[in-house]
Design a protein around this ligand. Structure first.
Ligand code: NAP
Ligand code: ZN
Ligand code: ZN
Length: 354
């Protein structure tokens, strides 16, 4: 079927209106009219070829919420009219140990199929993401939305920013009695604060932006640590059980490792275009501290996160934008000026053929 959206023609050109084909729903497919799509820093990294490997035209977007418009004949879990979400993946091999364990993001068979910039197994070419009017996805990669329909713009970012922070918080068993740090108060960071606080931890935000202190408190943080202020950093040395680092730029990791207690772990989820300078080995050895990484979360865990957020009345703090403001939104994202996620209202998207 015909669809349309916004895509970057190359890494050095702005996103612009774009027409393309979506497959007609196969037996196990769900066709979705997209209502909102969150704007993740990964969209910008990909559209602007910061990571290498981008296929063009590049239509980003993997924080998708919408309404089911049609289902294939063997679809059992969804019906026309349901509110649903799609996150960062639309398929995987389904048989490797990671897939069987429900950790499809770590698929070692074919690799997970990204919602955009992945191999399109049906139509050929590459997948197009949620900066578009429609998407067609196998039911096993579609999530149920239990939030109220009035909250949809703010639910969309849960599909990446929510699960990417929820998954490591759960994996490393964050909870009451722990002091948890979140580095970078952006899209991922502000979800990390809300979720870690809801899990019962004492949360502190490491930020380069002193002006975000009030917001950090409102989001559930006990306080902020100004990461450029050496005295402030020193005052917190050796006190954190767990740190979630969401920074999207290359930074010195040593001060954060030093902030960990003995046996503490810092999980990196930010994927900067340039690598971080190598951390000091001494900081890891003296204190048996760890640096780890984490990639989004599996489908079952994404549903668990959505249900957790519904039950705790958690959504993202969003600034809703029309799609023609996407380049301006990217520029603000680069400056760290996002309060705290852009969400595109897809009603603003016009059919270029009309
Ligand atoms: P974002 O909204 O731009 O937030 C990043 C925050 O990092 C900024 O708001 C800023 O917070 C801080 N920051 C930026 N530049 C910095 C610098 N030079 N030094 C120190 N702090 C800096 O981005 P996002 O959407 O949350 O994404 C964050 C990163 O995670 C991106 O690299 C993205 O690609 C990656 N990501 C990874 C996964 C995964 O599965 N692992 C999933 C989604 C996204 P302050 O103003 O508070 O300092
Ligand atoms: Zn993302
Ligand atoms: Zn697999």
């Amino acid at each position: 079927m015909k669809s349309y959206g916004y895509a970057a023609p190359s890494g050095d050109q702005p996103l612009a209106p774009f027409s393309f084909e979506r497959r007609d729903p196969l037996a196990t497919d769900v066709a979705i009219d997209i209502l909102y799509c969150g704007v993740c820093h990964s969209d910008l990294h990909t559209a602007r070829a910061e990571w290498g490997g981008t296929l063009y035209p590049c239509c980003p977007g993997h924080e998708i919420v919408g309404r089911v418009s049609a289902v294939g004949g063997q679809v059992t879990r969804f019906r026309e009219g349901d509110l649903v979400g799609v996150g960062c993946m639309v398929d995987s091999c389904r048989t490797c140990p990671s897939c069987v364990a429900g950790e499809e993001q770590y698929c070692t068979g074919t690799g997970m199929v990204g919602t955009y910039n992945g191999p399109d197994k049906v139509l050929g070419g590459h997948t197009f993401g949620g900066y578009s009017k429609h998407i067609v996805v196998d039911q096993d990669f579609v999530l149920s939305i239990g939030h109220d329909a009035s909250q949809l713009a703010a639910v969309a970012p849960l599909l990446c920013a929510g699960i990417t922070t929820y998954s490591p918080l759960r994996h490393w068993k964050v909870g009451p009695g722990q002091k948890v740090g979140v580095v970078g108060l952006g899209g991922l960071g502000h979800m990390g604060v809300k979720l870690a606080a809801a899990m019962g931890a004492e949360v502190w935000v490491f930020t380069t932006s002193p002006g975000k202190a009030e917001d950090a408190a409102r989001l559930g943080a006990t306080g902020v640590v100004l990461s450029k202020d050496k005295a402030d950093m020193k005052a917190h040395m050796g006190t954190f059980d767990f740190i979630l680092n969401t920074v999207a730029a290359s930074i010195n990791l040593d001060p954060y490792v030093s902030a960990l207690k003995r046996d503490g772990t810092m999980v990196l989820v930010g994927v900067p275009a340039e690598p971080h300078p190598s951390p000091s080995v001494g900081n890891l050895i003296f204190g048996r501290r760890s640096i780890a990484g984490s990639l989004i979360g599996g489908i079952a865990e994404t549903q668990e996160m959505l249900d957790f957020c519904r039950d705790h009345n958690i959504v993202s703090d969003v600034e809703i934008i029309p799609i023609d403001q996407i380049e301006a939104a990217y520029e603000r994202m680069i400056k760290g000026d996002v309060k705290y996620r852009f969400s595109i209202d897809m009603a603003s998207l016009a059919d270029p053929a009309a």
